[in-house]
Design a protein. Structure first.
Length: 339
């Protein structure tokens, strides 16, 4: 595939996504299941579902929600889910090594100039003087599991600062939030729609930006089973085209704000069907707006970032040292960034 830099990709992929929907799947109404987390960063899926872009592509979609990346990867491998968006984890890489899954596109990215993921400190740690990531030496850092995106972000920051962290696996995001608020762990990193409301409550404090350490981090990717990537190419292309159209709508409304405040409000209302559903729209709006980050136009994949993540997993002994990048990713469906 042609390799684009970020700006070229952002300028060209929106139109390409729309064109991709011109040839819907041969089997109209083919049922597929999509995995998702109730995060603003999954808005490409939510928009494509709500605005019936999947339906227009000949796909009858069911959404299945998860609480962490690892179970979603297992569900793809088992065939319970067809496509999903999540962070690259050690478990996902190991499943790719077994021939079960393939990363086929990019989703959420860190980008300089756009407010992104935050490093957080508990109130107890903050009051004890931890006001910047460099001050976390010897402190505890929350993660779902070893090899998760939280483990990666914390480790890369620690390497850059020359400090040591004690990583605590707590399995679920909710458990990490609870541990941070009660001072059972000292720090964590998470997307802004979760970080900012937590900081606003006074229970935790924002002490840094992930983008300062990983400026082009491919936070989440689009992935599927190896079978879908190799044997269901038309279906996969149709899924990606519909998803990419949802991404384009989201970026236009929330990043470029092409329809102004009215467009932002409309998009927030749509996302609220899936994110902060336990709150009123009014109460949920600040958190959803705070979660605004760039989604990869056209599901373009930042191969350089994925390569760095794979190298880190291998350096930590979390995956086999012989796994190649080609084992993990299939770039035949999208354009690439930084290859």
């Amino acid at each position: 595939m042609t390799t684009f830099n970020r700006r070229q990709t952002l300028a060209t992929m929106g139109a390409a996504a729309a064109v991709g929907l011109a040839a819907p799947a041969v089997a109209q109404g083919k049922k597929i299941t999509l995995g998702a987390l109730r995060f603003t960063s999954h808005s490409g899926t939510f928009v494509a579902y709500q605005r019936e872009y999947f339906k227009q592509a000949g796909l009858d979609v069911e959404l299945k929600f998860f609480q962490a990346a690892q179970p979603m990867a297992v569900a793809i491998a088992s065939g319970d889910v067809d496509y999903a968006v999540t962070a690259i984890s050690g478990g996902l890489v190991s499943l790719a090594d077994k021939g079960a899954i393939k990363v086929i596109g990019g989703a959420l990215s860190e980008e300089k100039g756009i407010d992104g993921q935050k490093f957080l400190a508990s109130d107890a740690a903050y009051q004890a003087g931890v006001t910047a990531p460099a001050m976390l030496d010897g402190k505890s850092f929350g993660m779902t599991t070893a090899g998760s995106s939280f483990h990666y972000m914390g480790s890369k920051m620690a390497q850059a600062e020359g400090i040591e962290l004690s990583f605590k696996p707590l399995q679920k995001v909710g458990a990490i939030i609870g541990a941070l608020k009660t001072g059972q762990i000292d720090a964590w990193s998470i997307v802004p729609h979760i970080a900012k409301p937590l900081a606003g409550s006074g229970a935790v404090h924002i002490i840094g930006n992930v983008s300062d350490y990983l400026p082009d981090y491919q936070v989440t990717t689009v992935f599927t089973s190896t079978k879908n990537a190799s044997e269901e190419k038309q279906q996969t292309q149709d899924y990606l085209a519909a998803y990419a159209k949802g991404v384009a709508d989201y970026n236009a409304a929330m990043i470029e704000q092409t329809a102004g405040a009215e467009g932002v409000a409309e998009m927030v209302k749509l996302i609220h069907n899936y994110v902060y559903t336990d709150k009123t729209l009014e109460a949920a709006t600040p958190g959803i707006v705070n979660g605004t980050m760039r989604l990869n136009e056209g599901a373009a994949l930042n191969v350089a970032s994925v390569r760095d993540q794979l190298s880190w997993f291998q350096s930590e002994g979390l995956v086999d040292a012989d796994i190649t990048l080609e084992t993990l990713i299939d770039t035949s469906f999208v354009d690439t960034i930084g290859a």
